[in-house]
Write a protein that binds this ligand. Structure first.
Ligand code: R5P
Length: 292
């Protein structure tokens, strides 16, 4: 019998996933000592069971060691298979050495997880210069699409949408969402000048539809704010932006509101903007792994 184990920050999604599968769900308890070191404890028996760890890996550095400790723990306790559902897969943006001497962190992170896990399931990873997760991960690694749940949600909210991505990299993805909605789509032209500095060229938009901005990640919010400004300058302001992974830093959601944008996100990371549920989609994917 499989079991879902929730790491810190992923309890709500883990419960929803366990209800979909269906199977038992239990927490991975983490005690933090005064010096900052962490101890993990699991109370449920896992011997002979397939274990699905669910982790929210935004701001991952502090969460990685408890995850690795939990993997080792369930293996020592005799788990039959150990997999990870990490709806947001971190360290994917460093997918090439953009400057000499830089670390290729996407590859190092993948090696770290591949050494310990039997499988990985994630949602819309930032795959731009890597052709697939399988090019990076040495274990079965599934990239689950969020375009279906996003399109269904937009269909209920906006009668005649125009799906707009903020940069050329998003074009294929926004086109898939638009195709599901039988709606037009386009991508803006973005230049990133620094972590918090983004410009977007004047927009040339299809004539039809209510603009809806869609992006995979929101972090500083600068991309979507700049996109909103470009749309406003083109006389086609957007009131809604949708993202898969909401990891906004302090002030980012206020900046979006200041640009006239309401944020709706998938529940890959627990955030007040969560509106689009992924548990059923994740459960469908996990069923393909035929877990015992
Ligand atoms: C970049 O390629 C991504 O698709 C997002 O546009 C980006 O990560 C958003 O970051 P920020 O909110 O910091 O502009």
């Amino acid at each position: 019998m499989k079991i879902v184990l929730a790491l810190a920050g992923a309890a709500a999604l883990a419960q929803r996933l366990a209800a979909e599968l269906p199977c038992a769900c239990a927490p991975v308890h983490v005690h933090r000592f005064p010096d900052g070191e962490q101890l993990v404890r699991i109370d449920e028996p896992v011997a002979g069971r397939s274990v699905v760890l669910v982790a929210a890996l935004d701001r991952p550095d502090d969460k990685l060691l408890p995850l690795l400790f939990a993997i080792d723990l369930v293996r020592e306790q005799g788990a039959a298979r150990v997999g990870l559902v990490a709806p947001y897969l971190p360290y994917m943006r460093q997918d090439q050495r953009f400057h000499p001497g830089e670390a290729l962190t996407s590859r190092s992170f993948a090696a770290l997880l591949s050494q310990r896990l039997d499988f990985l399931v994630t949602v819309e990873p930032h795959l731009h210069r890597w052709p697939s997760l399988q090019a990076l991960y040495a274990i079965p690694a599934h990239a689950v699409d969020a375009d279906g749940p996003i399109a269904q949600w937009i269909a209920r909210q906006v009668p005649d949408p125009l799906i707009i991505g903020p940069d050329a990299e998003s074009l294929a993805w926004v086109s898939r969402i638009a195709a599901r909605l039988d709606a037009p789509s386009c991508a803006l032209v973005k230049t990133r000048l620094g972590d918090r500095e983004v410009t977007i060229a004047p927009a040339d938009l299809p004539a039809r539809g209510t603009p809806v901005l869609v992006d995979d990640i929101i972090s500083t919010g600068r991309t979507l704010v700049a996109a909103a400004q470009a749309l406003r300058a083109a006389g086609r302001p957007a009131g809604l932006c949708v993202c898969v992974h909401a990891l906004p830093e302090d002030g980012a959601t206020q900046a979006l509101a200041g640009a006239g944008l309401r944020l709706a996100s998938c529940d890959s990371i627990d955030h007040p903007s969560n509106a689009i549920a992924l548990a059923a989609t994740l459960a469908n994917d996990l069923r393909q792994l035929a877990l015992t």
